[in-house]
Design a protein around this ligand. Structure first.
Ligand SMILES: [Zn+2]
Length: 319
């Protein structure tokens, strides 16, 4: 395991005389820090919109002012990151030149933030480690067959055939490594996927995906010639795996607290980042709106609660 200070903001697995090497680039850690900060701002604003804004208030002007302020604090850091991506690419170095890329919202603790950054690094290292485990770097690795079998059992459980069929062999390996890395980091292979570890794995994998996509401009795959699938395809597979793993977990008190709720926060965040990029590229895409994203997330949550209820209905009747 080694840290590289030059090269792309990424990580790599290679083998050298039967030893598996994993390199993680410093730029990737910087990107994980920056996108964790952006997510913390987004999360705070959504939380405030949900708990502190009284949308039934007669004084619409005040409500609008509060929403505008929340929108600014959620979206300004994303806009700054988007304006910096080109510079990071030309200088070959990811860094935070603006305080909004590194300063946390007041209510966020350093601890939450570091947990998220570490979780993103952990996911990336696990992904590279799994390239070794799955025999991608050394086809004679003796455990590769078993590891592959576990991954393909999960892929068939989520009906991923349609997505997998369109991928070339290198892209398939990336999906295999993503799935194995998620199973590994959420603790499913050792302790059955405990709730805190699932949360960490959701946060880590999502920050890693969005940071890699934005920094390396790899939202969509360039087709069969690309070594990696597009990040949106990787997201889709992971989201299905996460749902498959967590559906059995009950929803916490007062309808809150399920890893899918956390995943929906990231889905909202990823959409805002994408919409910010598209609106800056011209064309007719409007910049994101906090209220639109917020109500979309509420719909997704309601949809999930229904699905969750259906899934558990049998159990309640049985008992
Ligand atoms: Zn990979």
């Amino acid at each position: 395991m080694a840290r590289a200070f030059k090269g792309d903001a990424n990580a790599e697995a290679s083998s050298f005389r039967n030893a598996g090497i994993v390199e993680i680039n410093h730029g990737l850690t910087m990107a994980a820090m920056i996108y964790s900060t952006l997510f913390c701002h987004f999360y705070e604003s959504v939380l405030s919109a949900a708990t502190e804004v009284d949308f039934s208030d007669e004084d619409e002007e005040i409500t609008q002012m509060i929403v505008d302020e929340l929108e600014r604090s959620a979206f300004e850091p994303i806009l700054i990151a988007d304006q910096s991506v080109g510079k990071w690419a030309t200088e070959g170095n990811v860094y935070a030149a603006h305080p909004l890329l590194i300063e946390l919202p007041v209510r966020r603790t350093e601890n939450d933030y570091h947990t998220l950054v570490t979780a993103a690094e952990t996911f990336v290292v696990a992904h590279e480690f799994c390239h070794h485990m799955l025999g991608h770097t050394d086809e004679y690795f003796r455990h590769a067959g078993g590891a592959k079998k576990v991954v393909y059992q999960w892929l068939s459980q989520i009906d991923a055939d349609g997505i997998m069929e369109k991928l070339n062999s290198s892209q398939k390996q990336e999906v295999e490594a993503d799935v194995a890395a998620f199973l590994l980091t959420c603790g499913l292979l050792s302790e059955g996927g405990s709730r805190p570890r699932v949360y960490r794995a959701v946060g880590g994998s999502m920050i890693a995906l969005v940071a890699l996509a934005h920094v390396n401009q790899s939202w969509v795959s360039e087709g069969v010639s690309s070594t990696h699938p597009g990040v949106l395809e990787r997201y889709e597979i992971l989201a299905k795996i996460i749902k498959e793993i967590t559906m059995r977990l009950p929803i916490g008190e007062e309808g809150k607290g399920h890893p899918i709720g956390f995943l929906i926060q990231f889905r909202g965040f990823i959409s805002v980042v994408l919409q910010t990029i598209s609106s800056r590229m011209g064309g007719d895409v409007d910049p994101p709106s906090l209220l639109n994203i917020f109500s979309w997330m509420i719909d997704l949550e309601a949809e999930f609660k229904e699905e969750h209820k259906d899934y558990h209905r049998g159990e309640v009747e049985d008992s």
